[in-house]
Design a protein around this ligand. Structure first.
Ligand code: PAF
Length: 276
């Protein structure tokens, strides 16, 4: 496995790959957990070469967010990557990815990018699009793997590919959960034992919605009201039911519905969702 620290090394690595190779890209911010591992495993299973990027991207963090505090565990991440069969890790410094202060930026579609995460985290998706486009250009992947846990990010990146005619396919990968049901996230390490118990109300509320739907409830308001009863010890940012264009819907539409939730537990903000 190669460890590439700068853009030049990445470009020459990519050029060195045989023309008939299939390249999978797994973009991450490191602190790899089993959720990332499942993205990597899927890429390794389906491509001749997997490039894993590890970069805590400053432009997607707001001024009051946890950029400095975000866990950085490069050595351990590289060991995991190697054991999963990654071909190359790209782990650049910030100056390498952002050599200019005043850069061209991208914005998500207005009706997708400024609601939910985009409303609470001002400029977040601009930063995500900026770094993801750079990574796509540098690695020229055939496939890029993103977790369904970041549903809004996944849908907006799909639009980036569609709207700018990028020659690659986005592969959505299912959310991986701990045995207690909490969706894996690099931010879970911030939770105390009690906070973790409280955080479980998040997946429990989604599970409850699923059960209600299975028992025939389709009305979005009823589902949201019922699920809110479970959310006693977390501070809810939003709980919404939308279609796959992130537009709120009044009733569940099979194969085109998303339940999105974001809540704070102490100082830790967690998101989760249900794809229906
Ligand atoms: O999902 C993430 O970890 C990040 O938003 C991503 C896609 C790697 C861009 O920095």
């Amino acid at each position: 496995m190669q460890i590439l620290k700068n853009v030049e090394e990445l470009i020459s690595y990519r050029r060195s790959l045989p023309s008939n190779s299939n390249v999978g890209l797994v973009p991450t911010m490191g602190a790899l957990h089993k959720g990332h591992q499942s993205l990597i495993q899927q890429s390794v299973a389906n491509n001749s070469h997997t490039i894993l990027s590890i970069f805590v991207n400053p432009t997607q963090f707001g001024p009051t967010e946890d950029f400095d505090k975000y866990p950085r565990t490069l050595q351990k991440d590289c060991e995991i990557a190697k054991s999963c069969g990654v071909s190359a890790v790209f782990a650049p410094e910030v100056a390498e990815m952002y050599p200019n202060n005043d850069e061209i930026t991208l914005h998500p579609p207005k009706n997708m990018g400024y609601i939910f995460e985009g409303f609470i985290r001002d400029g977040h998706f601009d930063g995500v699009l900026q770094i993801v486009l750079k990574l796509f250009h540098l690695t020229q992947p055939h496939f890029a793997y993103f977790g369904q846990k970041d549903a809004q990010q996944l849908l907006i990146i799909k639009r980036l590919v569609k709207d700018t005619f990028l020659p690659l396919k986005i592969i959505p990968c299912p959310t991986i959960r701990d045995v207690d049901g909490l969706a894996l996230s690099s931010r879970n390490i911030y939770l105390s034992a009690t906070q973790r118990q409280h955080a479980l109300e998040i997946p429990q509320s989604l599970q409850y919605i699923k059960e209600l739907i299975n028992n025939g409830t389709e009305d979005a308001k009823t589902l949201i009201k019922s699920a809110k009863q479970i959310l006693k010890n977390v501070t809810l940012d939003y709980l919404a039911i939308t279609d796959y264009n992130l537009q709120e819907i009044s009733a569940i539409q099979p194969n085109n519905s998303l339940v999105l939730i974001a809540a704070k537990v102490g100082n830790t903000r967690l998101i989760d969702n249900l794809w229906l």
